[in-house]
Design a protein. Sequence first.
Length: 144
Amino acid sequence: MLDGGSVSDSLVGKFSHLFHNRAVSSVLARAALTIPKAKKLKKMAVMAASTDDGQSLLRVSRADWNAYGGTIIDVEQALSNAGNIDTQIAKLRTSDPDFLAVSEFSPGPGLVLKRAREFGMQQPIVGVEYTAEIAKVAGDFANG
């Protein structure tokens, strides 16, 4: 069986006839964190999906960021298709991070981008996926 959608590390090697053609969360999370490391940022806040994929991204991001010597100052979670994440974004904003990491897949990052900017967060936002659907949800807030 060819799995072209799942990125959960928990499926790797678990089945002898399951093959993946997409990078898994451990690779994606580390790649996304190269950007804030290059900018020498230290305080990370995370918006993570409460799905297996989101939790995989969160686990790897947490371990990688701690090994780098950074601090995770807040982690908020919701379903990636949640219609309202205002409470989570308000908490992330008040934690005063150097950047916001988005540990979720489409369409969630679009709403995170939009609401974070509407709530006044000007920090860099990094994530593991950017699609036309994310751009549509985020609108002009995805620019830059």
